[in-house]
Ligand binder design. Structure first.
Ligand code: AMP
Length: 584
C-alpha cells in the first residue's frame, strides 16, 4: 500500500508544545547530554532503567499512581510507584535467590497482567537482560527465541505453558520456569506433566524481601531484547542497553507530549517493542500514570476505557484505528472521549483517511510516527506543534539524522524514492543481534544504518513511507518473517515446498498468504488445506497464514531460491519484472 506524497491538505490543528515548540529549531542546536542530565542516574555514573522508571518516582509524602490495570473481566487493580518499587524489588530478590546472574536472559511469556511489569523491572534491577514475548505466539516462535537467547528463566502462566508444553524439553539452557497463577484453584484441567523446573510465583513471593538494591549497571550494559524478523533465517534478537532510556524519555515528551498529570494508554503488547519502549519505559521514566488493559481489541471496551479512566494521551496503531472506523462513528459518539488531548499511532502507514477520521471523531488529528525494533525509540514523528500532513510519518526528532539515500549512501533530492537510513550513534540504537555479529554489521553501510524501508522526503523535510525493501510481512503492525512460517509449513507431511507473502488487506495492511506445492502422491483438496492450516496454527498461532493456495510448483531462481517477489507480483496482478534468472 503506497500513500501519495501530495493529497490531502495539511491539518493545521497545532497546539503549543512546551517540550518542543519547534522541531526544526530544536534539531539545529541539540545534544543528548542535556537529556541525559534529566535522568537520576545511580552513584558512580551507573544507569539502570528500572531505577529511572520506578524507584526515582518514589518520593517522601508523594505516592503517585503508576498503573491502573483492568483485567479481562473488568476487574481493576491500582499500583502506586511505591507499590511497584516493592513488587519489582521482590521479583529481583526472587531471581537473585534462584542464582540468576547479571547478564542472564529472563524471558517473559505472559499476558498483560501486573506480574509482567513486576518481572520486567525486577529482572532489570538485578542486571538481567529481559525479553518479553507476545502471548499470542505458538510453541515454535517461543522455542526459537528461548533457544537462540539461551534464556535461563521463563516467567509464564499455566494456560500459556500448557500451549508450549511440547517444547519445554528442548530447552537445555532454561533453568527455572516461574509460574504466575492469578487464579489458583481455578477449574482448569491439571497440566498432564508439569515441568520439574516449574516454581510457583506466589510461594517465591512470600519468601522474598521487598527491598532490593538495584544493580549498578553501566549505561552500556544490555537491558532489553526483542526478536525481530528479516527476509531470511529465523528472527534475530535486537539488544538494547540501559542508555536507551535517555531517548525513550525524551521522545515521551517531544512526541507523545507527556506531562506529569497525564493519564496515558499505549495499546501495544510488550511482546512488541512499542509495548515495551512506550508501554513501560518512556511513560514511567516521566512518572506518568498508565492505563493497561489485559484484554485485546474491542471498540466498545476501548472507548469505555478512555471514558472511564479519562485517558488524555493515547498511543495506538493504524489497524486498530481502521477497525474503530469500521465500527462506526455512532458507536464513538456514545462515549465521552473529550479527555483525549493527544493521539499517536505507529507500526504501519497511517492512511490519510484515518488521520482525518481522528479530526472528525476525536476533534484532533492522529499523529503518525515511525520507528522500529532496532531503533528502540521513535525516530520520525508528527508533533503536536507542527501541521500534520496526512499520510506522512513526519520529521526526525532532535538528535536523529535521517535521510533517504541511494545505493552509495548519497542523500537523494526531495521526491525521489530511496532507502530510509539513519546516522548511527543515537542512544537507543540496538547494540547487537544476539549471537549474530555478521547480520548486525550488514545493517550498516556507507556510514548509515539501513532501515529496510523505502521512503521519500518532500521539500519541507516531511518523510513519506513507500514500502519495505525486503519480503518481511507487516500484519497489523507486527512484522512476520516469511522463513519462520515457511519452515513450519514444510514440516507438514504433504508439503514439498512453501512460500509466504504479505497479501494487501484493507484493515491489517497485509495478511500472511501461503503458496504450497505438494509432494508426489498428494492432491490439492479442501481437507488438505484445512489440515495444513491447522498444523500451522497449532505451531505458530498468531503468525499462521490466513490464506493458502496450492500450486503445482513454486517459481525459483536458477540457484533454487523460491521467488516470493514473483508470487507477490502475480497476486497483485502487477508486471512480473525481471524473470531472466527464473528456473526454466
Ligand atoms: P518493528 O520492528 O516490528 O517495530 O517494525 C518496524 C517496521 O514497521 C518499520 O521498519 C516499518 O516497515 C513499519 N512501520 C513502523 N512505523 C511505521 C509508520 N509510521 N509508517 C509506515 N511503516 C511503519
Amino acid at each position: 500500500m503506497v500513500y501519495p506524497v501530495q493529497g490531502k491538505p495539511p491539518v493545521t490543528q497545532m497546539r503549543v508544545h512546551p517540550h518542543l515548540p519547534n522541531v526544526d529549531e530544536a534539531r539545529r542546536a541539540f545534544s543528548w547530554d542535556s537529556v541525559a542530565r534529566e535522568l537520576a542516574w545511580l552513584p558512580g555514573g551507573a544507569l539502570n532503567m528500572a531505577h529511572e522508571c520506578i524507584d526515582r518516582h518514589v518520593l517522601p509524602g508523594k505516592d503517585k499512581l503508576a498503573l491502573i490495570w483492568e483485567g479481562k473481566s473488568g476487574e481493576e487493580e491500582r499500583y502506586t510507584f511505591a507499590q511497584l518499587k516493592a513488587e519489582t524489588d521482590r521479583f529481583a530478590d526472587i531471581l537473585t535467590g534462584l542464582g540468576v546472574k547479571k547478564g542472564d536472559r529472563v524471558f517473559l511469556f505472559l499476558e498483560r497482567v501486573p506480574e509482567l511489569y513486576f518481572a520486567f523491572f525486577g529482572a532489570l534491577k538485578m542486571g538481567g537482560i529481559v525479553g518479553p514475548l507476545f502471548s499470542a505466539f505458538g510453541p515454535d516462535p517461543v522455542k526459537d527465541r528461548l533457544l537462540d537467547s539461551g534464556a535461563a528463566v521463563l516467567v509464564s502462566q499455566p494456560d500459556l505453558l500448557q500451549r508450549i508444553q511440547g517444547i519445554l524439553g528442548d530447552l537445555p539452557d532454561l533453568k527455572h520456569i516461574i509460574v504466575v497463577d492469578r487464579s489458583p484453584g481455578a477449574a482448569r484441567p491439571p497440566r498432564p506433566q508439569p515441568d520439574p523446573r516449574e516454581l510457583h510465583y506466589e510461594q517465591l513471593a512470600k519468601a522474598a524481601v521487598t527491598t532490593f538494591q538495584t544493580t549498578r549497571t553501566s549505561k552500556d550494559d544490555y537491558a532489553v531484547m526483542h526478536y525481530t524478523s528479516g527476509t531470511t533465517g529465523k528472527p534475530k534478537g535486537a539488544v538494547h542497553r540501559h542508555f536507551a532510556i535517555v531517548q525513550q524519555h525524551a521522545t515521551g515528551k517531544w512526541v507523545l507530549d507527556l506531562h506529569p498529570d497525564d493519564i496515558y494508554w499505549c495499546t501495544a503488547d510488550p511482546g512488541w517493542v512499542t509495548g515495551t519502549s512506550y508501554g513501560m519505559l518512556a511513560p514511567w521514566s516521566l512518572g506518568v500514570t498508565q492505563v493497561i488493559l489485559q484484554g485485546g481489541f474491542s471498540p466498545r471496551a476501548w472507548y469505555a476505557a478512555i471514558q472511564k479512566h479519562k485517558v488524555t494521551v493515547w498511543y495506538t496503531a493504524p489497524t486498530a484505528v481502521r477497525m474503530l472506523m469500521k465500527s462506526g462513528d455512532e458507536l464513538a459518539a456514545r462515549y465521552d472521549l473529550s479527555s483525549l488531548r493527544h493521539i499517536n499511532s505507529v507500526g504501519e502507514p497511517l492512511n490519510p483517511e484515518a488521520v482525518m477520521w481522528g479530526v472528525k471523531v476525536f476533534k484532533q488529528p492522529i499523529h503518525d510516527n515511525w520507528w522500529q525494533t532496532e531503533t528502540g525509540a521513535i525516530m520520525i514523528a508528527n508533533y503536536a506543534s507542527m501541521p500534520v500532513r496526512p499520510g506522512s510519518m513526519g520529521k526526525p526528532t532532535p538528535g536523529v539524522e535521517a535521510a533517504v539515500i541511494d545505493q552509495n549512501g548519497k542523500p537523494l533530492p526531495p521526491g525521489a524514492e530511496g532507502d530510509l537510513a539513519i546516522r548511527p550513534g543515537w542512544p537507543s540504537m540496538f547494540q547487537a543481534y544476539w549471537n549474530n555479529p555478521e547480520r548486525y554489521a550488514s545493517r550498516f553501510q556507507n556510514g548509515w544504518y539501513i532501515t529496510g524501508d523505502r521512503a521519500r522526503v518532500d521539500k519541507d523535510g516531511y518523510f513519506w513511507f513507500v514500502g519495505r525493501a525486503d519480503d518481511v510481512i507487516n500484519s497489523a503492525g507486527h512484522l512476520i518473517g516469511p522463513f519462520e512460517v515457511e519452515s513450519v509449513l514444510v514440516e507438514h507431511p504433504a508439503v514439498a515446498e512453501a512460500a509466504v507473502i504479505g497479501k494487501p488487506d484493507p484493515l491489517a495492511m497485509e495478511i500472511v498468504k501461503a503458496f504450497v506445492a505438494l509432494k508426489d502422491g498428494y492432491q490439492p483438496s479442501d481437507e488438505l488445506r484445512h489440515s495444513i492450516m491447522q498444523h500451522a496454527r497449532a505451531r505458530l498461532q498468531s503468525l499462521a497464514p490466513r490464506e493458502l493456495e496450492f500450486r503445482p510448483s513454486l517459481p525459483k531462481t536458477r540457484s533454487g531460491k523460491i521467488m516470493r517477489r514473483l508470487l507477490k507480483a502475480q497476486e497483485l496482478g502487477l508486471p512480473l519484472g525481471d524473470t531472466s534468472t527464473l528456473e526454466e
